[in-house]
Design a protein around this ligand. Structure first.
Ligand code: FES
Length: 163
């Protein structure tokens, strides 16, 4: 039976909060570390963090929801961020997106199990568009051929590839 007193629901989140001294001002670092270890920030993690930091669940949930980079549910094994802002569009990001959708058998911003293609708006690499980011690594002048090499390097499985 789950009771209101059972507040340590996510052991990873509890340990991470402890590492940061249960300090509310470290909330973003706590989120970052929980996501790095668990892959996303679960409802259980939100409740555990709220209790550890002595804040309301609504407050913790609100912060987690505000930042686009924090995932609230299990995501794809790999996320390829493709810039769609003006400079990258002028250099062919729309075509790259079409090619990427065919390559990985998914649509931009659709939920995916293996590879998610995510639209992003400026990665600070405007002079070298189209820009792509995978696992915090930034690539410029990406075309279909280069995207294939990047995918291979990061272990992003292409449509029809063997597991
Ligand atoms: S517009 Fe794409 S990186 Fe800036």
């Amino acid at each position: 039976m789950v009771t209101l007193l059972n507040t340590v629901e996510d052991k990873v989140a509890r340990e991470v909060c402890r590492q940061y001294g249960d300090r509310p001002e470290e909330l973003l670092e706590i989120f970052h570390t929980v996501q790095a270890q668990s892959g996303y920030i679960s409802d259980e993690a939100i409740r555990t963090i709220a209790h550890a930091l002595n804040r309301s669940r609504a407050e913790i949930h609100g912060v987690a929801s505000f930042y686009h980079d924090y995932k609230r549910e299990p995501g794809a094994k790999k996320t390829l961020k493709i810039c769609r802002a003006e400079a990258c569009q002028a250099n062919g990001s729309d075509q790259l997106i079409e090619e990427a959708e065919q390559m990985f058998g998914t649509k931009l911003d659709a939920k995916a199990k293996d590879v998610k293609l995510e639209a992003t708006y400026c990665l600070g690499n405007c002079a070298l568009g189209p820009a792509v980011m995978v696992d915090e690594a930034l690539y410029g002048r990406v075309d279909a051929k280069r995207l294939e090499m990047i995918a291979k390097k990061h272990g992003a499985k292409q449509k029809g590839a063997a597991s």
